[in-house]
Write a protein that binds this ligand. Sequence first.
Ligand SMILES: O=P(O)(O)OC[C@@]1(O)O[C@H](CO)[C@@H](O)[C@@H]1O
Length: 392
Amino acid sequence: MSDTPTAPVIVPDEPGTFPHGVLAERHPAIVRQVREAFPYEPAQHRALDALLADCATGTIEPLPAGAHDRERWRAWGMDTYAGRSWYDVPWLWSESWFYRRLLDAVGYFGPGPWQGDDPFRPSKLAELGSPATDEELAALDDLTGRPEDEQAAALLHGSLWGNRADLGFRLSAEGAGESAAVPALVADDTERLWTLLGTPAADTLCLVADNAGRELVPDLLLIAHLLAHGRIGRAVLHVKPYPYYVSDATTADVVDAVRRLTGAEGAAAAYGRGLWAALSDGRLTLRAHPFSCSPLPYTEMPDDLRADFAAAAVTVVKGDLNYRRLVEDRYWPPTTPFADVTRYFPGPVAALRTLKSDVITGLTAGTEAALTAAEEQRWRTSGTHALIQVRT
Ligand SMILES: O=P(O)(O)OC[C@@]1(O)O[C@H](CO)[C@@H](O)[C@@H]1O
């Protein structure tokens, strides 16, 4: 990665830690939520029961010989971790494994009548149809009269704070409050990002999406704005090839979000039409690379994905999970330079993320001290702080 000394990989083995809680509490809650959202059949309930048992005490059992993605998972470390407890392998690996297993349990990978049926779709659609989304879209009417740079700044912040809208996080973060003692933004390289997205057109923006619904909508609005105002020539939106981390955006979610915009009133509909046109004429393209659901950090990305990112003026990486994958999921000292841990990345890269897990880099010593004095270590996971970090 660089000359930066490395740090321990996060493993969910210690009760009382955030990663352990995700496996022991959040995953069973997700299974319950999915079960309640669908009239699943007996075989699916049995498979979900088996998954719940695995969540508690299970070991990693290799995918069966016929599994469509068995070779892929072998390349991603399945043989290395087979026979080990879910709690004794890298947290990132264990979580991705959980979502792979959950989709299997509900028949997502088929063959059969439930093939391709997203178990998280009801909650994603509820969010897209919520009054909160209506309000956010109505606010666009006031924005359109403002100077372009103000619009761009507002849409960037909409995209950043949209990352709080993570449905898995909401299952376990009730009651997280704002803290006035330290700034909401713990690192802010906004100006450097605008330099990369400036005029004349910066050609290609890659945006690695995170959540659907109330995060994806502002991501799309930002893309629409940058295209419409010539700040970029084209955009490549990376989504997940299958449902993942509860609310992560897939192609179907992009379509739902664009339809939501075109079906809205006022300025929102104009953004929607702009996106529809950009998809139709190739200025906005979608990518659903298998690696986007892999249990590995971006340091291990395959060559074709590397080439995509290398061709972009900047790659904007959204959200907490993508941040973990970008800087590797390690207990870095918080003042470890962001530029050092992302040096391997094949082009300029920006992270837009609200803080929802322990991993953090690029803080000043003063910011870290202020955060810890005000909140002990809660600032790492509460979702009340955010960052914009750029490596050019
Ligand atoms: O990537 P996102 O949506 O911002 O956050 C995903 C998340 O909720 O899931 C992980 C725990 O499962 C954490 O990294 C993070 O809190």
